[in-house]
Ligand binder design. Structure first.
Ligand code: GN1
Ligand code: MG
Length: 375
């Protein structure tokens, strides 16, 4: 697309209070849900980059609530960082750009909702974690994100997607998709369906702990994967957590679980060579060290005790969600070919097996982190 701005985006970008004229526009990022574009605006004072995003209305049914959450969360984090004396605030947290009418998002003529952030320059997003240093940085960044939001004043944030990490509810949706079998794909996924059913008891563990009052509700990110951390291009330091649509009440362990599937194996989530899908203890150790170094101050003993279980549970949930979407005919995630969701599911299930095989070693790593960062 390069330097030309498609007519559809021209009208949308005209609604925002951008500094100058839009001179470039290109699709950006690899999210499965929203559509993102990087814009460059030119004014006599210089150029400014923005990230313009169309919020997926099928997934986020109440965009105004999503944006209310994001406004509160970004403003709170910015205030906290300012109080802590952090200088480069606009690189450390997302900054919304309002519409010319002063709103946090724009509803286009076709009903689609759009928002814009200042683009954070000179950063890198890693599709995969390749070094322990990256895992440690990302773990620390998500731990800090949770810590900064621990004193978000009431009211409770909106639940932008109900039951998002309710794994038993995800299994119910999976059962419904299998029963309906709208694409006759069940027969192509019998081994994976069987695997999911065998592992179902794991689905209840975290919600049971919460129901018993053993682990608390917190404000968490809920999509704590490696592609949602911006690292400084030069130093490799984790700067900013992005993709805030699902920041809402949840469990700290949901974020740790998402970090485990996305950061402890240097293969993509849709890797088809399953021999490459193995948890690397060195990446797990770095991740746990980074996370506990930032979150250790508020984590309870029960939360710490379930870090490995959370990794297994969220990896299972992730696989079940991909499998559900495969069986339902690819209506949720963007896919590149008909088997894509099934391939993603297989990689997650392989990762779960790898986690389970190494459970004792990983638990020892967590225990060592606890000694290094006592609560
Ligand atoms: C989706 O859009 P993206 O890629 O940030 C999904 C996450 C999944 C993830 C798997 C709202 O996130 O829950 O873990 O894909 N987000 C939503 O890569 O469903
Ligand atoms: Mg996301």
């Amino acid at each position: 697309m390069g330097l030309t701005v498609p007519p559809e985006l021209e009208a949308v970008s005209a609604a925002f209070d951008f500094a100058g004229e839009v001179v470039a526009c290109e699709p950006f990022g690899g999210g499965h849900i929203n559509d993102s574009f990087r814009l460059t605006c030119r004014a006599p004072e210089g150029t400014t980059g923005y990230l313009l995003q169309r919020i997926n209305a099928r997934v986020f049914r109440a965009p105004a609530r999503v944006m209310e959450n994001i406004q509160r969360v970004t403003e709170h984090v910015a205030r906290r960082l300012a109080v802590a004396g952090i200088a480069d605030l606009t690189r450390r947290t997302l900054t919304l750009t309002a519409t010319k009418a002063g709103a946090a998002f724009h509803r286009a003529a076709d009903g689609a909702c759009w928002r814009a952030y200042r683009f954070i320059e000179r950063t890198r997003v890693h599709a995969l974690v390749e070094t322990p240093a990256q895992a440690e940085q990302a773990g620390r960044a998500f731990g800090e994100f949770q810590r900064l939001l621990a004193d978000l004043p009431p009211p409770r944030l909106h639940e932008t997607i109900a039951d998002f990490h309710n794994t038993p509810a995800r299994f119910e949706a999976f059962d419904r998709a299998c029963a309906a079998d709208v694409c006759q794909r069940v027969r192509r996924a019998t081994a994976e369906i069987e695997f999911a059913r065998q592992h179902r008891p794991l689905a209840d563990v975290l919600l049971d702990l919460q129901r018993r009052g053993a682990i608390p509700e917190r404000v968490v990110h809920n999509d704590a994967k490696i592609t949602n951390v911006l690292l400084d291009e030069d130093s490799g330091e984790a700067l900013c957590i992005v993709d805030l649509d699902t920041v809402m009440p949840g469990l700290s362990l949901y974020d740790f679980g998402d970090m485990v599937w996305s950061m402890t194996c240097p293969a993509p989530e849709d890797e088809t060579d399953l021999a490459r899908v193995e948890v690397q203890p060195s990446l797990f150790a770095a991740l746990a060290r980074g996370y506990v170094s930032a979150a250790g101050a508020f984590l309870t003993a029960a939360e710490r005790a379930h870090l490995v279980t959370a990794g297994e549970l969220i990896t299972l949930e992730q696989g079940v969600r991909f499998l559900t979407d495969y069986v339902a005919g690819d209506t949720y995630y963007k896919t590149r070919h008909p088997e894509h969701n099934l391939e993603r599911c297989r990689a997650q299930f392989k990762l779960l097996q790898s986690l389970q095989r190494q459970e004792h070693a990983l638990s020892r790593i967590v225990a060592d982190c606890a000694k290094a960062s006592p609560s």
